[in-house]
Ligand binder design. Sequence first.
Ligand code: ASP
Length: 441
Amino acid sequence: MVKVVKFGGSSLADAIQFRKVADIIKSDAERRYVIPSAPGKRVLPNGEKDTKVTDMLYTCYRAVLAGKDPKNEFLPIAERFDGIIADLGLSLSLENEYKTIIANFRKKAGEDYAASRGEYLNGIILSHYLGYSFIDAAKVISFNTNGDFNAEFTNASLAAVLCKKEKAVIPGFYGAMPNGCIKTFSRGGSDFTGSIVAKAVKAELYENWTDVSGFMVADPNIVDEPEVIKVITYRELRELSYMGATVLHEDSIFPVRTAGIPINIRNTNEPDAPGTMIVRTAPKDDNPPIITGIAGKKNFSVIHIEKDGMNNEIGFIRRILSLLETLEINFEHLPTGIDTLSIILATDELKKHPDITDHIREAAQPNIIVVEQGGLAMIAIVGRGMVETRGTASRIFAALAHAGVNVRTIDQGSCEFNVIVGVNEDDFDEAVKAIYNCFAE
Ligand code: ASP
């Protein structure tokens, strides 16, 4: 069995964390392919946190572009890596690497190149410390000339290289374009690297080690010590991530999801905790809680449209949707009544077209249009346990009523595994707490 293990920046922030990571890897011979992030924020003696190496690299490169001396600017970054090497007692020098990086900064090798050096250098250190081979991601992770990730080519090159390596470290976050230029994924992209490596080596499990013991049922900034989700399906996770719950990089579920490889979110600082298992289909003996998770976002707006006889006017909604397509406006929900239609959309989308009402009037001649800009929050209550469970909706709405929260919109698809409610932004936290407490076991 092969496991691909990815460690986030907080798991590799200093030598103490490196030791924990090595213990985790060495405790299981199946943990053969390791994806490190760059060193993350360290907790300082006063309890505050310092800066992530990736952020230091962006700042450093911008200073170089502004005319500062790369050697000086790079110094604090080199110190961070040298500190880890010294504290681990490794006989490794990265001096030549630093020289190359500084020379490339002078040649203006690009922001992506600069940002990627955190993972690159950290990967070299970790491979030395573990005694694993080091594979530069630039050699195996490919982007097309237009900057899009080349999934097929990458899968083939990763598979070809890794089948010859028993154990290897592959830095996360970056790859290269056909001309050799370094390109990074979006921020947090090492999760995605882990997922594509897991797919390429046909791993049985992709372990994603971070600093929380899994995916929480609700945002811990709103609910006090929420439960950790034990098992969640990719479909449920997608709904929750879309609505703002973040543990993993958004794209990282796609490669493993299609390959049917589960992801296990684990905590480097609490390695015995089982974490959250993300699976394609629920296990046979699945006995899920009614609600798997609750997540929500603020900053939504509503366009209310009314037209007498709308229900009989064939093509009315099509005209509205064509208009949104032409104007390139992305909408979220479209609740309808007999003669009414509401378009719920992110406020930023609405702001793209301040004259939207004129366009709608022209396209569909409604009787009334009212735009409520901002002020709406959407909350998704997601759970495979809700399917065919009677009384779930009534519990959700009773909890909201008891908390004094007015529900402005409701949306539930017939697949029954999610209910989305819209509430005033001011009621958002209360609403999330009320729903959580009503279903907490
Ligand atoms: N180091 C990169 C970032 O800070 C990528 C990652 O950590 O996944 O975004």
